[in-house]
Design a protein around this ligand. Sequence first.
Ligand code: RP5
Length: 165
Amino acid sequence: MAQSATPIVGVIMGSDSDFTVMSDAVQVLRDFGIPHEVEVVSAHRTPEKMVDYARGAAARGLRVIIAGAGGAAHLPGMVASMTTLPVVGVPVPLAKLDGLDSLLSIVQMPGGIPVATVSIGGAKNAGLLAARIIGSADPELAARLDEYARGLTEMVEEKNRALQA
Ligand code: RP5
């Protein structure tokens, strides 16, 4: 899958200041060659853009949305309320409460509107979860995700061999 192809994963965040965290998700999508787009969409500062983005996402070809925000992190949940695409939420840690506020704002969704919430600052896993969702209907990508998992196993074994040397 080429980067120039139509994006199938949307990475959105409440502020450009979130990109230091969210870039980990983007890196995973790049590494797996998954066409994606990156955009600042704020639930509070650009509410109408958020509505348009969420409502238009599926029709534009997106299959997964990764949404990151910090503090009063309403973006993932609000987007999930306006699309049936899977939404992966990333709690971005801010200085004051270390991301606990972001986590609770994203994870405590009411029944009926799911957001798959990763750990505080866990944008890498958000990228991998999006890849797994896409990979569930893409055997070639699924094979590369298997290979990635085998690489993690091998890395641990190498460390064990080094410990025993
Ligand atoms: C949230 O407010 C954003 O997601 C960001 O994490 C936080 C702070 O935004 P800035 O003041 O850095 O733009 O909506």
